[in-house]
Design a protein. Structure first.
Length: 108
């Protein structure tokens, strides 16, 4: 298991670097199908997708407090996932992590 984690660590970290990084990580993981990298790719893709979908609606709220809370919330989720990848852990992000694993199981 530790060898698998080390092999997929770079791909997992790249997955958290913007939505473009997630797409690159998906292509990097296509041939090897590393379970550690796949786990973090699904988490990162879910975070990025949720961010863009919810940002569309938050944009209509003309309040700096709502916008600030929104950005802080997603930054914390993103940091939680990235730190998990850096520490070789497969921890789902709070609230939606389990759903991301189910919804995107064929992604990586």
């Amino acid at each position: 298991m530790n060898n698998t984690v080390e092999q997929g660590k770079t791909t997992a970290i790249i997955g958290y670097i913007t939505i473009i990084g997630t797409i690159i990580a998906i292509f990097m993981n296509m041939e090897t199908k590393n379970p550690f990298a796949g786990f973090h790719i699904r988490q990162a893709f879910g975070i990025h997708l949720s961010f863009y979908v919810l940002a569309y609606f938050v944009g209509y709220a003309d309040s700096w407090m709502v916008s600030s809370a929104f950005f802080i919330f997603f930054f914390v989720l993103w940091a939680y996932g990235l730190v998990g990848a850096l520490q070789n852990e497969m921890k789902t992000i709070p609230i939606l992590g389990e759903y991301f694993q189910k919804w995107f199981k064929n992604l990586a």
